[in-house]
Design a protein around this ligand. Sequence first.
Ligand SMILES: Cc1cc2nc3c(=O)[nH]c(=O)nc-3n(C[C@H](O)[C@H](O)[C@H](O)COP(=O)(O)OP(=O)(O)OC[C@H]3O[C@@H](n4cnc5c(N)ncnc54)[C@H](O)[C@@H]3O)c2cc1C
Length: 176
Amino acid sequence: MSQKRALIIGCGIAGPAVAIFLKRAGYDPCIYEAKEVHNDYTGLFLNVARNGMRVLAELGVDEQIRREGIEMRAMSFHSSNGKYLGTIGERSGEPQGYTVKRGFPHQVLREAALREGIPVEFGRKLVHMQMTDRQVTAFFEDGTSAKGDFLVGCDAFIRALASCSCRAPWSPNIRG
Ligand SMILES: Cc1cc2nc3c(=O)[nH]c(=O)nc-3n(C[C@H](O)[C@H](O)[C@H](O)COP(=O)(O)OP(=O)(O)OC[C@H]3O[C@@H](n4cnc5c(N)ncnc54)[C@H](O)[C@@H]3O)c2cc1C
């Protein structure tokens, strides 16, 4: 039986992570990224919390984040008007997460996906998609298209999917 093709839109954090899990589950994923080239030094910092580290461990890339990251042992939360909300962890305790440059997890996950033989196509910005009962076609800004059995939107805030005229009976719920 031929493998089902998964079109993964976006090669940030979610895209390669989903693609690797799908590949391991027997699907045939391909990642389409809008940017022409990757820039692994873009953005500010991101803290990968313990639950995120557990997912990265499943993907076999947690050690890279530990090596590159700054241990975050305690983190205090304040509301936008300064009210203290609480603290997780202790200064002398176990790391609660690791702080890395925002582009670093992108790089690590993209490279892991490539190592698993998952193609990553740059300069492929999703602008439209069409669904039939059996197939989905993704149309890209450069005039090309790709067919798959299903499509997973990993384009952050599901912006591209939100603007696509699909027949989904729901409106995207933007969760950030
Ligand atoms: C300044 C800042 C600080 C943050 N700090 C933290 C933090 O400390 N801890 C934390 O857990 N989270 C943090 N976040 C949130 C975190 O960065 C996001 O939750 C995470 O990046 C979401 O991953 P993603 O894969 O969904 O999106 P992204 O990592 O943003 O990747 C989306 C990818 O989709 C591509 N794309 C977009 N549109 C299209 C299209 N039409 N076609 C093809 N590709 C497309 C983009 O180019 C991008 O590469 C922070 C966010 C910001 C902005």
